[in-house]
Design a protein around this ligand. Structure first.
Ligand SMILES: NC(=O)c1ccc[n+]([C@@H]2O[C@H](COP(=O)([O-])OP(=O)(O)OC[C@H]3O[C@@H](n4cnc5c(N)ncnc54)[C@H](O)[C@@H]3O)[C@@H](O)[C@H]2O)c1
Length: 408
């Protein structure tokens, strides 16, 4: 899509190198960004979590357990040495389902909290809870995860890490102040051996200098967040979901940033927020957009994201993928096939026993909590994905190149 010799692109890249220097500094310095838009959020050093040990029992509190949360809970309840103590959720049907699941799996009767601030004032105030599983609507992620750090509770919290830049900075700061707390963000691809192996090969230079990234998130099962879905209308409201660049594409940004090893320098894009207005006049999410993202390392990424798939079975209109090509070869994620320009080299598929990424992610979380093993999906990488989502959202809204320094 972009010509490397195009003068406007060269000018853009030259000017964006200054932004890159800033982006690099911020990547390295974590929350050292000045001149950000939202006010700085003060964070505190909470209590140190209790030591659990390799075979110890982990006592859980659950916060916001709807559709995704119940999927995560099913995985958690199959693990050894888990106890569930309490649930905070606003929805009576979800509460009932969770109470029944826990009773059936462990025999426990859990305490239940029903008000919006109970997660903080009641559940996180308990001293018989070591860790939290949380899958609330996106706008609440930042506040819940900050409260977990302040209370000294480990947490597995769904993505995106948060939908505001100042919350992202504060979470990185909170992790620094509370280094014993395992704060794992729900980017399950981070627990995949296939992704880890593919990215290792990229970093080892097997495909040469990485130039071309292509990724898509084209949905054939929506749109979701319709008025008929009750409380789940939050998915059709930017204020509550952050919009699809935060709610859904954050998985893609996380993979792309992982490949690039840095935050993007700039993005451009165009899109539409009015596609399903006839169904819901208040719907204000960008149900269709395309974006172009530039990295200091030379990687350029084209991304497409859509809910307007006209036929659910037509694969050209639908699907999720990330693929990367360099001067010597390329790799497609999802399936892990690798190709080389050298005709003597046969395509090769990464063969690993990967299983379900969400199961691997929950297992990794429990292992980190018990043994102190490295966190596979940290708040630092969560911050990069949130910033990338905010960058792309601004670029699409304003239909222009936006430099990352405009957000910092
Ligand atoms: N990692 C993945 O692949 C994946 C997949 C799907 C969804 N998600 C993420 O999971 C999260 C939840 O999505 P969902 O589809 O389950 O949404 P949902 O609406 O079905 O569930 C959200 C739950 O949070 C509860 N809640 C809302 N406010 C609360 C409060 N103040 N205190 C306690 N509970 C509260 C709701 O009552 C509901 O039960 C979203 O952030 C979404 O992006 C991640």
């Amino acid at each position: 899509m972009t010509d490397r010799n195009d003068p406007s692109r060269r000018d853009f890249l030259a000017s964006s190198m200054k932004a890159a220097a800033v982006a690099g500094m911020v990547t390295a310095a974590g929350c050292a960004a000045a001149d950000r838009k939202g006010p700085t959020i003060a964070v505190s050093a909470g209590p140190t979590p209790r030591r659990i040990g390799a075979d110890g029992q982990i006592r859980f509190g659950l916060i916001g357990i709807g559709g995704r949360g119940q999927g995560l809970l099913d995985v958690l309840l199959k693990q050894k040495n888990i106890s569930i103590k309490a649930l905070a959720d606003l929805d009576p049907n979800n509460r009932k389902a969770v109470i029944e699941k826990v009773k059936a799996a462990t025999g426990e009767s859990i305490d239940v909290y029903t008000e919006p601030d109970d997660y903080k004032n009641k559940l996180l105030a308990r001293d018989d809870i070591d860790a939290v599983l949380s899958a609330t609507p996106c706008w609440l992620h930042g506040p819940v995860y900050l409260a977990c750090f302040a209370a000294g509770k480990h947490f597995y919290g769904e993505k995106p890490m948060c939908i505001e830049a100042n919350e992202a900075d504060a979470l990185v700061e909170a992790q620094k102040k509370n280094p014993q707390v395992v704060g794992q963000i729900g980017f399950q691809r981070r627990a995949s051996k296939l992704y880890a192996e593919g990215i290792k090969r990229i970093k080892e230079g097997e495909f040469g200098e990485m130039i071309d990234g292509r990724a898509a998130w084209n949905n054939n099962w929506g749109p979701i967040g319709r008025p008929s879905e009750g409380a789940r209308i939050w998915l059709g409201r930017r204020k509550l979901s952050g919009d699809w660049m935060l709610e859904q594409a954050c998985h893609s940004w996380d993979v792309i940033n992982w490949v690039a090893g840095e935050m993007p320098v700039a993005a451009s894009g165009v899109g539409r927020r009015d596609v399903f207005k006839d169904m819901d006049p208040q719907r204000d999410v960008t149900d269709y957009y395309i974006a172009h993202i530039v990295y200091k390392c030379g990687l350029n990424v084209d991304f497409e994201h859509s809910w307007i798939c006209p036929h659910k079975d037509k694969e050209q209109f639908t699907g999720v993928f990330e693929r990367f090509a360099g001067t010597k070869g390329g790799i497609t994620f999802g399936d892990g096939w690798m190709y080389w320009r050298d005709p003597s080299m046969e395509p090769e598929q990464i063969k690993v026993d990967d299983g379900d990424h969400t199961v691997r992610a929950i297992e990794a979380f429990l292992n980190s909590v018990r043994t102190g093993a490295p966190n596979v999906s940290t708040v630092e990488t969560g911050r990069l994905a949130t910033y990338t989502g905010l960058l792309v959202r601004k670029a699409v809204d304003e239909r222009r190149w936006v430099k990352i320094e405009e957000l910092l």
